[in-house]
Design a binder for this molecule. Structure first.
Ligand code: SAH
Length: 254
């Protein structure tokens, strides 16, 4: 996969995407990455990328001309990229979107800054992603989050193919609780079944724990999760209890 990013602060990407799992994935050619300075596509002496909004109001907006130029120029290099913009007004990003984007040959991310972008620039976007219901100072962190979530799904990126298969959201549920040594930390013990060596029993415990955690922490996911009738009944019971528990105390229990 090839990923290009357009930003007014292109230098923020390298430290993260050059380190650890992302860095290794790049070295192994799982993905190629380049960050481009939006100012490359300006033509005035000050390399201006922003201007005051028509109609007044606070702050500056990103001008549309450099964005059009950048996306047009980069789109002409090689296969047509899927063009992604970022905005709090976009579609909330979910694991299924990461999955979908992980099959693209080329992605081009355009990061907003300041008060956002001239609305006409959005015409270039194949999709607009929101990272969540809060406002960042720029699209760079959103781009990094999306790149990370997408790249780790490309076969070979994590080294161990299994580790992406069994996680939160993949089967519509949050992941079960996990433990490592020591089995007893200052009296806090690990569930016995995990030490039993009985793989079928471990699988049953994990499935039940995943249903339980999801029902208590993210009841909004339960309706779409593929559950057996017994699991659904169990989840509903927990959700009813959770609704009764004052102030969401149950959230911290598992
Ligand atoms: N005035 C805008 C916010 C602009 S924030 C509004 O109220 O909607 C500046 C830039 O940061 C945006 O253009 C976008 O690229 C990025 N950004 C901020 N919050 C974001 C979020 N929750 N998800 C994705 N991108 C975000």
């Amino acid at each position: 996969m090839r990923i290009d990013v357009v930003s007014v602060i292109p230098e923020v990407f390298e430290p993260y995407l050059g380190a650890s799992i992302m860095g290794r994935a790049r070295k192994r050619d799982i993905f190629a990455f380049e960050a481009h300075d939006l100012r490359t596509w300006t033509h005035d002496r000050h390399r201006t990328v922003d201007d005051a909004p028509f109609g007044g109001g606070q702050g500056m907006l990103m001008k549309c001309e450099p964005i059009f130029e950048a996306v047009r120029a980069l789109s002409q290099e090689g296969p047509r990229p899927r063009v992604v913009f970022f905005s709090p007004t976009g579609t909330p990003f979910r694991q299924a979107d990461a999955e979908r984007l992980s099959h693209e040959e080329r992605l081009l991310f355009v990061c907003g800054r300041y008060e956002g972008m001239d609305e006409r620039a959005y015409e270039l976007a194949d999709e607009v992603i929101s990272l969540g219901d809060y406002v960042l100072t720029g699209g760079e962190l959103a781009a990094l989050a999306v790149i990370d979530a997408v790249v780790r799904l490309i076969p070979g990126a994590l080294g161990d193919a299994m580790s992406a298969a069994d996680e939160s959201f993949t089967d519509g549920l949050l992941e079960y609780a996990q433990y490592t040594r020591p089995a007893d930390f200052e009296g806090r013990t690990v569930p016995d079944v995990l030490l039993s060596g009985d793989h079928a029993a471990v699988d049953r415990w994990r499935r039940k724990n995943a249903v339980e955690r999801t029902a208590l922490k993210r009841p909004d996911l339960i309706d779409d999760a593929p559950l057996s009738p017994e699991e659904l009944a169990f989840a509903r019971e927990l959700m009813a209890e959770g609704a009764l528990a004052e102030g969401g105390n149950a959230r911290h229990e598992c």
